[in-house]
Design a protein around this ligand. Structure first.
Ligand code: RP5
Length: 165
């Protein structure tokens, strides 16, 4: 039987998927049950409210929310649920994600959104952050996260760039 999702990956548009895909890859790599949904703050506001209101009861432990432009999705989700929301700014307009970053990061006191970097690195880190949240109550996942970090360190130390004479 398929396990209920622990992480929700939501985005304002299908066009955001490419930027959010590193988050999905990391969640797959760690075998973290997750779901991927299009939820738009502006085009489907009622669905946004429903998604946020049901998130906790459905067992979601973190929501990764990516949007571009006037990116209200992460903030509005955070306004409607206590499930931690991780916001990923998507570069989707002439402003290359700066617009989205500022929309997501400038939350008023009392309604936090954990804001990641613009684009794919932010998406990957959002998934690693979600994994860290889950690892607070999952020792096996914590071990896998630790090994993953060690492997990244080894990769860097193994790089041998020839020195010019
Ligand atoms: C935002 O507008 C979405 O998150 C997306 O980044 C951007 C453009 O959406 P589309 O016009 O491609 O659907 O709400």
């Amino acid at each position: 039987m398929k396990q209920a999702p622990l992480v929700g990956v939501v985005m304002g548009s299908k066009s955001d998927y490419e930027v959010l895909s590193p988050a999905v890859e990391i969640l797959n790599e760690f075998a973290i049950p997750h779901e991927v949904r299009i939820v738009s703050a502006h085009r489907t506001p009622d669905w946004l409210f429903q998604y946020a209101e049901e998130a906790e009861a459905r067992g979601l432990r973190a929501i990764i929310a990516g949007a571009g432009g006037a990116a209200h999705l992460p903030g509005m989700l955070a306004a409607k649920t206590l499930v931690p929301v991780l916001g990923v700014p998507v570069p989707a307009t002439m402003l290359n994600g700066i617009d989205s970053l500022l929309s997501i990061v400038q939350m008023p006191k009392g309604v936090p959104v954990g804001t990641l970097a613009i684009g794919k690195p932010g998406a990957a880190n959002a998934a690693l952050f979600a994994a860290s949240i889950l690892a607070t109550t999952d020792a096996d996942l914590r071990d896998r996260l630790r090994r993953w970090r060690e492997e990244r360190t080894k990769e860097v130390l193994a790089i041998n760039i020839e020195q010019e004479p």
